[in-house]
Design a protein around this ligand. Structure first.
Ligand SMILES: Nc1ncnc2c1ncn2[C@@H]1O[C@H](COP(=O)(O)OP(=O)(O)OP(=O)(O)O)[C@@H](O)[C@H]1O
Ligand SMILES: [Mg+2]
Length: 145
């Protein structure tokens, strides 16, 4: 499998969520992933990026979100970073249906967890949050001819 790295830096505006969905869909297609897996990757990435914008930066559009993709060793690694407010209690934040916003469902982390093989959240108050998601890719069979 070819290795690849993509590093995207973008403004914390909701319009950019759609851009990240297109990017991950295109990467998934290049990796020959099934359509269902591509849909799941789109959801996982957009939930993480939305969280950075909505919660990390409290919808302030004048900040920067980082999306780093790394494909190597049959693994797709997706890292979403913000330099926002941070999460006071990560374990609590990851509970299904937990949200600090009564208007929200509190399901973002649930989707990330169920659609990815690994999910890791690191956060420091007033420093920011890094969400690392890993998907193991099937080894491409070696063609016999
Ligand atoms: N990047 C972040 N920075 C600060 N807080 C965050 C961040 N990501 C998540 N959180 C906190 O974790 C909680 C749970 O996140 P989750 O995505 O599961 O639910 P939600 O965003 O509240 O609702 P939904 O994703 O269903 O719209 C959020 O309500 C928020 O308090
Ligand atoms: Mg969310």
């Amino acid at each position: 499998m070819k290795t690849n790295q993509i590093n995207l830096t973008f403004s914390s505006i909701p319009e950019n969520v759609g851009i990240t969905r297109l990017l991950i869909a295109s990467v998934g297609a290049q990796l020959d992933l099934p359509l269902n897996d591509i849909e799941e990757l789109k959801v996982a990435v957009s939930e993480a990026v939305s969280n950075a914008i909505i919660h990390g930066y409290q919808n302030n559009p004048h900040h920067i979100v980082y999306l780093d993709l790394d494909i190597s060793n049959n693994t797709l690694k997706i890292i979403v970073t913000d330099e926002g407010c941070g999460i006071p209690n990560i374990e609590q934040a990851m509970q299904p249906a937990y949200s600090t916003d009564p208007e929200r469902m509190g399901l973002g982390f649930v989707f990330m967890q169920s659609f990815m093989d690994e999910l890791q959240v690191e956060s420091t108050l007033e420093v920011g949050t890094t969400v690392t998601m890993i998907k193991h890719l099937k080894q491409t069979p070696i063609s016999s001819h």
